[in-house]
Design a protein around this ligand. Sequence first.
Ligand code: SAM
Length: 296
Amino acid sequence: MAKSAIGSSSRTKEIMRQYGLRAKKGFGQNFLTDQSILQNIVSAAEIGKDDNVIEIGPGIGALTEQLALAAGQVVGLEIDVDLLPVLKDVLEPYHNVKILHQDVLKADLPTLIQQEFDHPEAPIKVVANLPYYITSPILMGLLNSPVDWDCICVMMQREVADRLVAKVGTKQYGSLTLAIEMSMDAEMAFGVSRHSFVPEPNVDSAIVTLHRRRQPLPVAPFDCDKILSLIKICFAHRRKNLGNNLKALSGKDTDKKNAVLKVLDELRIDSRIRPEQLTLEKFIQLGNALHDHDLY
Ligand code: SAM
C-alpha cells in the first residue's frame, strides 16, 4: 500500500513512534502536520522544476517531501543528528534531495551552493519552517550573505512576521522591519494556527516571503551597517522621542547634542516624534547627514 504523505498527522505520529522520537524544545522542533499548509508554502515560494531549494531544519521531512516533488533539487540543513537516519529512510524515494548535518548559522552558504547543487547557477530559494528561537539571526545571516536569493519563504511566529511587514507609524514597526526593508520587499503570505503542529507551540505562526527590492533605495546610504546601527540606537527606548534617543551619540557633550538637533532641524525632522514615525528614507538621510557633519 502506498504510504501517506510524511506531513499527514497519522504518518508523523507513526514515524515518531517507529524511531522513538520526541520533539526537542531546545532545537525549536514543532513538526507541521497539515498537508494543505505544506502545499501552500510550496505555492507561496513559487517553486518550479528549475529551482534549487535550501531548506533550513527539515525535521522529519514533511516540507522536504513537498519541496522534492516541486523543485529541481533540495538541500536540507539539519542540526539534530538524531533526525538524520529518519530523514535518510523517509526521503529515500526522492533522488533530488540531500540532507546535510549542519548548523545553518555556521554554514558557508555560497560554498555549499557551489558544492551541493548540480546546477548552482539556477535560481536559489530558501524555504523553511524556522526554528523560532533563532528566527532573527537566521534572517540576518541570509540577508548578509552574498548569495542572490531568488526568494526566501519562511514560517515564523506571527508576532515576528507582523514586525517584518509592519508599516511606518505602527507599534510593530521597528529595527527588524527596517533591517529587512533595507534590502528586501516583505509580504505576508498567510497565517497558520498553532493547531497545525505536533507538538503545538503556544503561539500562532505566519509565512512571509522576501524578494530582493524591486525599487532601489530612495537615498543611497553612506554605509548600510552603520545606518542599521543608528536605527537600533533610535529604537533603543521606544517610549522616548527621537531627540532623546539620539543623546546616546553625544553623551554629556552639549555642543555635540546641539549639533545633532541642528541636523534634525535641517532635515525637517521634529526631534519630539517617536522613532516609529520615521521612514527608512528619513533614517538614511539622517545617518548620511550626521556622518557628513562628523557626528556619527
Ligand atoms: N521542517 C520541519 C517541519 O516543518 O515539520 C521541522 C521544522 S522545526 C520548527 C525546526 C527544525 O529546525 C527542526 O528540525 C530543528 O532540529 C532544526 N534546527 C534547529 N536549529 C537549527 C540550526 N541552527 N541549523 C539547522 N537546523 C536547525
